[in-house]
Design a protein around this ligand. Structure first.
Ligand SMILES: [Fe+2]
Ligand SMILES: [Fe+2]
Length: 360
């Protein structure tokens, strides 16, 4: 089914055109020296999965709490007007908030699909093109998966302004590394932290599984960035590296300060100023916003864009400490969690089969 009837607010347009101006590169050498990138390509080939069979889509969501997240973690929890609402009204707020955030995941995944397809064209080496082609397929599966999840919630929201601004910027840039930096490091970095939050706190098994499986693929996407960019940036001039750092600083502030769901609160008819005051003042929301950078900062350091300016921007944002996090350990953990979900699924299926044969 098409998602249009589910939009809670009107779409500006049903399609979005971004003019492109970049060189598509052929490589007649079919280079195969980069064993690390080819290894990633091979992993991408063998670790494909099918959302229809890996995830049990017969599970229904609770309309008043689609993700199964404790109400204390709801962004407006504690705001006077929210606490005075009936359980039904609070349920509606929770459904719309889940719809808004999962809609942004969906649109962001479409952004990742389009950006990785662009990288296939403009990255110079064949090994990198091969790898990026597997990422295109991964991102298509992510779009498919979040679309199904948004359909389950039954409400959708259009792409929010700041996400659209950043996507527009990275897609207009003709340099493959800028597309990768904006899309993979910033947008997917933020998304990964948000996915982890749902995977680890959602009591709903469907919500948790969706995020665990998508995160397992992201480990390869992040690994490509680390391999390709760590090699590429030392070849650039200091001025070119500074330009990348400035772009990162601007993009991080944009996402921290402007990425908010005010259009959703407005659509629900909530007092917008009171919402903003609560969201800006609440300690748990400050913590949530800070944690969103836990995946971005260690990668930025790892790929060598670690000059004074970026360090002081991250210090100002209160996220510099994340630079110490162990990226490999985080990825191993993400992989292990996805495998636990698979094991649980096998266990449940076996129990159902055993029940069936006992009944026969
Ligand atoms: Fe993705
Ligand atoms: Fe990705």
């Amino acid at each position: 089914m098409a998602i249009d009837p589910l939009y809670a607010t009107a779409l500006e347009d049903s399609a979005w055109e971004i003019p492109q101006d970049f060189d598509t590169l052929f490589n007649w050498n079919y280079s195969d020296e980069r064993a690390d990138l080819l290894n990633l390509y091979n992993k991408g080939k063998t670790m494909q999965w099918d959302t229809d069979s890996r995830i049990d889509w017969s599970q229904e969501l609770d309309p008043d709490d689609p993700l199964g997240i404790p109400i204390e973690l709801f962004p407006l929890y504690g705001a006077d007007f929210f606490m005075k609402m009936s359980a039904k009204e609070q349920g509606e707020a929770r459904r719309h908030q889940a719809a808004w955030s999962n809609s942004q995941f969906l649109h962001g995944e479409q952004g990742a699909l389009i950006c990785s397809a662009k990288i296939v064209q403009n990255v110079p080496d064949t090994e990198a093109k091969f790898y990026a082609a597997t990422q295109v397929m991964d991102e298509a599966r992510h779009v498919e998966t979040y679309k199904k999840f948004v359909e389950k919630i039954g409400v959708a929201y259009p792409i929010t302004g700041p996400l659209k601004t950043l996507l527009d910027q990275v897609l207009r840039d003709s340099r493959w590394d800028m597309t990768y930096l904006g899309m993979q490091v910033v947008i997917e970095g933020l998304a990964l932290a948000a996915f982890a939050n749902i995977r680890d706190h959602a009591k709903d098994p469907l919500a948790s599984a969706v995020n665990a499986y998508v995160m397992q693929d992201e480990a390869r996407h992040v690994a490509f960035g680390r391999l390709a960019l760590r090699e590429f940036y030392p070849e650039l001039s200091q001025a070119e590296r500074n330009e990348r750092e400035e772009f990162l600083i601007e993009a991080c502030y944009l996402m921290r300060d402007r990425f908010s769901s005010s259009e959703m609160w407005e659509n629900l008819g909530y007092p917008i100023e009171e919402c903003k005051r609560h969201l800006e003042g609440s300690e748990s929301m400050k913590m949530f916003r800070t944690n969103l950078f836990s995946r971005i900062v260690p990668i930025v350091k790892d790929i060598g864009l670690w000059g004074d300016k970026i360090q002081s921007a991250y210090k100002d944002m209160g996220v510099l400490g994340f630079a110490q996090l162990d990226i490999d350990a985080m990825q191993e953990h993400d992989n292990a969690v996805a495998e636990e979900h698979d094991a649980r699924r096998v266990h449940v299926d076996a129990a159902i089969d055993a029940g069936r044969s006992a009944a026969e």
